[in-house]
Ligand binder design. Structure first.
Ligand SMILES: [Fe+2]
Length: 442
């Protein structure tokens, strides 16, 4: 789904505009309140397709500032300005006040290349974006694949780039990546068919027994990326459940015969693997380290913790949100109220998503719900208590270890990380878990 930034100060209009943009244009609306927080978001998400902004917020030349930023960064994001803006009148579309929502969504639909024949029906875009990562493990596609080209200042055209019979390799996809392409497009009628084709191909690859450890980790990271992407855009269907299962099994396999951590880190950093997967993989590995030192350890415990590691941050949108490990981090991070709220409820939200996965049993859901030390899955407990499930405790210590390890501004050796954990998690069973981790490294 395309993403649109909306900056509107009037609360009623904000609701009307975002609801209608989402319903009729099929775009994901991200609310922003100023030029500054819009630019900050564009730094992380330059692929935003459309920006709709008030010309001015109080005395601030919001639209002019954003326009200048796009120009400086060479971004081609389309803008629609609400209200008069003489400085931009010849360059972007400025809608006169009062702006009606019908006119706004018509213009937004045109800018996003969506046909809006009948406003009484929910209109889906004719072509849906598919990230390049969907193409890394396939050599052909079951349908034609398009790229989007800017036709006019507010219009796009879709041009066929890969025919359904074409054969291609990873190198060809990497070339597109190097040229700055972020996504291809697939006709909406084929999107389900396409996704199922890709997930089947990847499941088959993950189930192969002849993959090297590196090939396995790479393919698993692709599985993770596709599962996250699909859950956040279209939800979890049976092909995504299958891909998640195959990826979790593959992750467990590679965790069990993992090389030395230094070598693993080097591999994870040098292969364009997402932060989300680096975190999940290392987290499952630390859980495995701790579990292997427990007298009560049974194989299914690793299964539960790998499942939770795989899904724990699935609803979080940014690297910055995933790095947060304490309430202090949360308040100090440069996040909007909405992004903060997503962090606070992410454990609970992940459990809700797993309702659609028949393999997520109550055991898994309990540990996931408690993954930040709260029994109700809301917020982060800085010094969690003894009332949590034993596996939740193992998860929490492992998660915090990995968050520190992956944070460039925090210590990166076990010798420096472990004292931080000892001083934060003061309850006896947590101290024992940290000890188990320490022994594993000795
Ligand atoms: Fe989390």
């Amino acid at each position: 789904m395309s993403q649109t930034i909306l900056i509107e100060t009037n609360e009623d209009l904000k609701k009307i505009f975002s609801l209608n943009l989402n319903t009729f244009v099929g775009t994901d609306v991200i609310l922003r309140s100023s030029a500054e927080d819009t630019m900050a978001l564009l730094k992380i998400l330059p692929q935003i397709s459309l920006i709709i902004t008030r010309a001015k917020i109080k005395d601030d030349e919001t639209a002019v500032k954003i326009h200048q930023y796009l120009k400086n960064e060479g971004l081609e994001t389309t803008m629609i300005v609400l209200g008069e803006c003489p400085q931009l009148a010849n360059q972007v579309l400025c809608l006169q006040e009062p702006v009606s929502w019908e006119i706004l969504i018509r213009q937004a639909a045109q800018a996003l290349g969506v046909s809006l024949q009948d406003i009484s029906h929910r209109v889906k875009p004719d072509y849906l974006p598919v990230g390049l990562h969907f193409f890394r493990d396939i050599q052909k596609t079951p349908c034609d694949v398009y790229i989007r080209i800017k036709k006019g200042p507010h219009e796009y055209q879709f041009v066929k780039r890969i025919h359904s019979k074409d054969v291609f390799d990873l190198e060809a996809i990497q070339k597109y990546e190097e040229q700055g392409l972020k996504e291809f497009f697939v006709s909406k009628d084929y999107i389900q068919y396409f996704t199922t084709f890709v997930t089947n191909a990847l499941v088959q690859k993950l189930e192969r027994t002849d993959l090297t450890l590196e090939e396995r980790i790479l393919a698993t990271s692709h599985g993770h990326e596709i599962v996250r992407d699909s859950i956040n855009n279209i939800g979890m269907d049976s092909s995504i459940v299958d891909l998640a299962d195959a990826s979790i099994n593959s992750m467990m396999k590679s965790v069990k015969d993992s090389p030395q951590i230094a070598g693993l880190l080097k591999f994870l950093f040098s292969n364009k693997i997402t932060y989300a997967y680096q975190h999940s993989h290392l987290l499952a590995l630390m859980c495995h380290y701790v579990l292997s030192k427990q007298s009560w350890y049974r194989g299914e415990h690793l299964q539960v913790l790998s499942f939770v590691s795989f899904f724990s941050d699935v609803t979080l949108k940014s690297h910055q949100q995933m790095q947060i490990g304490s309430m202090r981090d949360l308040w100090e991070a440069n996040l909007t109220d909405e992004e903060r709220a997503q962090v606070i409820s992410h454990a609970k939200d992940a459990v809700a998503i797993l309702e659609a996965n028949p393999h997520a049993d109550d055991y898994i859901k309990t540990v996931l719900l408690q993954s930040h030390g709260k029994l109700d899955g809301m917020g982060i407990e800085d010094n969690p208590g003894e009332d949590l499930h034993p596996l939740s405790k193992v998860f929490i210590i492992s998660d915090n270890f990995v968050k520190i390890l992956l944070n460039p501004s925090m210590p990166s050796t076990k010798k420096d990380i472990l004292p931080l954990l000892y001083s934060r998690f003061t309850n006896p069973s947590y101290q024992k878990i940290i000890k188990a981790l320490e022994q594993k490294f000795e």
